[in-house]
Design a protein around this ligand. Structure first.
Ligand code: ADP
Length: 460
């Protein structure tokens, strides 16, 4: 079989798809390699909100106080200035044009009447795809790739980059059904293999704190393969110790708890002692850290009918309720005595906590933790209470890239023939990736990587 292409894209998640389509449209013969039986990676299971300053939906809603500069400041500050300013600048500047490209060229549909406000962003600026998941992107990308006849090899795991005598990356070794193949890349290889949140060993090596004690919200494919391959080919990895947890996840599976929507509408977080310990609408990293400081490194969320009426957390997520009831993570009770007994929480503490929240619901002020949402009165049941733990959600570290998505070596020079985009890279989010900046990152740099690799001088 003749496996000769201009551009080989490793990984068929959001970054890989953006790279493949843009390389094709720039004139290259492209192939995609995907180690799983199906495409999409974490990009598919994500909420897939997309941050873009000064976008068309904001304008419709009368939000006029946003700017690319503000998005830049938010991103740098949100990551404690560990991101590369030039790379962050490229991301925020590319955000809106790339959103337009997604709509016009790929056919992605965004909700035209709402944008979300994620933690760490100064304004509501995050576009929401139709259906509010990554399926909208991945189905549209699949159609775009089919239309262009770009081949995708699934069940095909890239294992190693191939270099020629001059040190240029010229191909990828991969295994399919136990056999080894080499895909030749005349112009370039793009690594788009995602992060390493599912790789306990690699997490432990990068930051022992986030080792075996944590589960992950990620696809099991997020094993950091691309970081290892890129480093073996001379690239450097940066910010590897920066690992993000999502605060309220299923202690059994590690997945994000969808019923935790209740927290946005007045559910309170309490520890095993029945006391509140953090503001329920804090940044992900701050909340996670606070939970880990509590007895058992977990906490509970408690709410009643009044909160359920506002959030529909239970009615919207019946499948999850069924599973959590079976595993014992979620319990219900008519009274506070019942819910306290269900999880062995000292009932007098719980009653005192609820009394203070009721007071805050009345006055609109929470002197204890400055809750910035609106509390409901929690004096009457029925109640729901569920346990949650932080789970590894995003790995900020990865291959160092420049503004052209070139993988850089230890001298800051591009590794010839090699580009990278998406969670596999480490130059954007610093210490803490803001919600909805991941999709922006993977799309903007996927697109750049595709264009750049396509216009490289061919090997032959
Ligand atoms: P991003 O958000 O950066 O696009 P995703 O997690 O969405 O990352 O996608 C990464 C994709 O790369 C996943 O579909 C994953 O299965 C795939 N992948 C990871 N490692 C390899 C590998 N060694 N060979 C081929 N595909 C890989």
């Amino acid at each position: 079989e003749n496996l000769v292409y201009d551009v080989v894209v490793i990984g068929a998640g959001g970054a890989g798809f953006a790279a493949a389509v843009s390389a094709h449209d720039a004139g290259a013969k492209v192939v995609m390699l995907e180690k799983m039986p199906t495409v999409g990676g974490n990009s598919l299971i994500s909420g897939a909100e997309y941050a873009a300053a000064d976008n068309w939906v904001q304008r419709k809603l009368g939000i006029t106080n946003d700017s690319v500069e503000l998005h830049f400041q938010d991103t740098m500050k949100g990551g404690d200035n560990l991101g590369d300013p030039a790379v962050v600048r490229t991301m925020v500047e590319g955000a809106l044009p790339t959103a337009r490209w997604l709509v016009d060229t790929i056919g992605v549909e965004f909700q035209e009447d709402n944008v979300f406000h994620f933690g760490g962003h100064s304004v509501k600026r995050s576009l929401i795809p139709k259906g509010a998941t990554g399926a909208e992107f991945i189905t549209k990308f699949m159609a775009a790739v089919e239309k262009r006849s770009i081949p995708i090899y699934t069940d095909t795991k890239a294992t190693e980059l191939v270099k020629d005598a001059s040190g240029r990356v010229v191909g990828v070794k991969a295994t399919l059904e136990g056999k080894d193949y080499t895909f030749e890349a005349n112009r370039g290889v793009i690594i788009a293999t995602g992060g390493f949140a599912a790789n306990v060993e690699m997490r432990t090596e990068a930051n022992p704190f986030y080792g075996a004690g944590f589960k992950t919200t990620n696809s099991p494919a997020a094993m950091g393969d691309g970081i290892r391959m890129g480093v073996a080919a001379g690239g450097v990895a940066v910010n590897m110790d920066q690992i993000q947890t999502y605060p309220m996840c299923d202690p059994v599976s590690g997945a994000i708890e969808l019923i935790d929507d209740a927290r946005f509408e007045g559910a309170i977080l309490i520890n095993q002692e029945g006391k509140r310990f953090v503001e329920e609408l804090e940044r992900r990293d701050v909340m996670s850290k606070a939970i880990l400081e509590q007895t058992g490194k977990y906490c509970y969320a408690l709410f009643n009918e009044a909160v359920e009426k506002r959030s529909h957390a239970i009615t919207h997520h019946q499948d999850e309720v069924e599973v959590f009831t079976k595993t014992g993570i979620l319990k219900t009770g008519k009274t506070l005595d019942e819910v306290a007994a269900a999880f062995d929480i000292p009932v007098e503490n719980l009653k005192a906590t609820v009394a203070r929240v009721n007071e805050a619901a009345k006055t609109g002020k929470d002197p204890d933790f400055n809750y910035r949402g609106k509390f409901s009165d929690l004096s009457t049941g029925p109640y729901w209470i569920y346990r949650g733990v932080p789970s590894v959600h995003h790995t900020m570290g990865g291959l160092k890239i420049d503004t052209k998505a070139h993988v850089l070596d230890k001298n800051g020079k591009p590794v010839p023939g090699l580009w990278a985009a998406g969670e596999v890279t480490g130059s954007t989010h610093g210490s803490n990736r803001l919600g909805s900046n991941a999709y922006t990152d993977i799309m903007v740099f996927g697109r750049i990587a595709g264009e750049e690799a396509a216009k490289a001088e061919p090997v032959k």
